[in-house]
Write a protein that binds this ligand. Sequence first.
Ligand SMILES: [Zn+2]
Length: 428
Amino acid sequence: MRAGLGLVPGGACPRSTAAGIRELEGTEKRVRSDDGMTLEQAGFPIDDQQLVAFTQALIRCQSWNPPGDETGVAALVAQQLEGFGLEVEIDPLGPSRHNVTGRLRGGGAGQGGLLLAGHLDTVPPGDGPWSHDPLGGRLEDGRIYGRGAADMKGGLAAMVFAAGALARSGLELPGNLLVAGTVGEEVDCRGAQALLEKGWLEGVGAIAIPEPTGVELCIAHKGALWLRVETQGRAAHGARPDLGVNAILRMADVIRDMVAVEWDAPPHPLLGRPTLNVATILGGTKTNMVPDRCELTVDIRTLPQQSHGSVLAQLEGILRNLGSADGEAPAVLEVLNDRAGLSTPADHPFVETAQKVGRALWGRRMMVRGAPYYTDGSVLGPGTGLPVILLGPGEVGQAHQTDEWVSTEALSQAARFYAALAAHWLTD
Ligand SMILES: [Zn+2]
């Protein structure tokens, strides 16, 4: 890692960094444009073997969140972008937390630049058992295995190589291309929040996020509202439940009414209906006591048009009713996580550009879809009004799974899609 970038590779990725740097040093500019060369003539030089090797290097570099340490991955991304000739900046957001950005400056005013944004962190590997080392990046039968392969180190690699291909094509693009690796998406989206707050989106006209979609085009995703609910009761001897108030039984009523709630929102054409998952429950201290406290967490996945204020108002109404039924204080509701849903209009020019690129590359019409999970798009889209699409090489069903993988064919497709998307969006 070069000292000028202010990062040292984390001790967590001893196998990957040196190899990644060697690969960078070996790359050469292979395509030079002549004046007047069209996008099609220029082509996009992407070395699939290097793309695979870079994805493996990213997987071998641990960035499990929690606890959250993206230093090594940020260093690898920075190194690769710099090797491709982009202007690279590191933005420290705390100990071991660094956003990384790479910029390819355009030659004139466009309709707004393009931001390719991918997160650097992954969820931990979980309890397994894995049949492939989650930090191994093993390549077998056209699949690369490891934590983050699909979500979303494969996507991260594809966008970095797309930017590299554009840089090396020598094309003069009117608009700016910005590539960003963000920290913390799996916990609090703090990297995306920092992009927004520190002005990185100035001049950006559209955003693409390589979350796992199986190389399909997603233009909408659900929001999330995670809640903690607490009921209070009154302790008593287990042999005299009539003298106490059972906090677990009060919670049972809360759960019954919450799961039966009719949301004030019509179904979304791509996302269907909101969902509510009762996720954890904790209550009681001893078998021979009436429990005086119970705590629940709930994961609600909302629709983009659904205001979270109205969701909370509906739930607070349920809790008020239950509280007044037996004269006890209403249950307490606390918001743990609040992420907006995302919905880009299907006829937005950015979506049409993405479809045009898909047709040119694969000769098929890309149907627009919705995703049930939320992404950094929750922070970058609704707050700015910018159009956001999701398209990544990982399969949706692979995210957060044991033996997670990404296919090398999808990697190669996603990288070419992003190169062509940027070329068309920044030119048209
Ligand atoms: Zn993700």
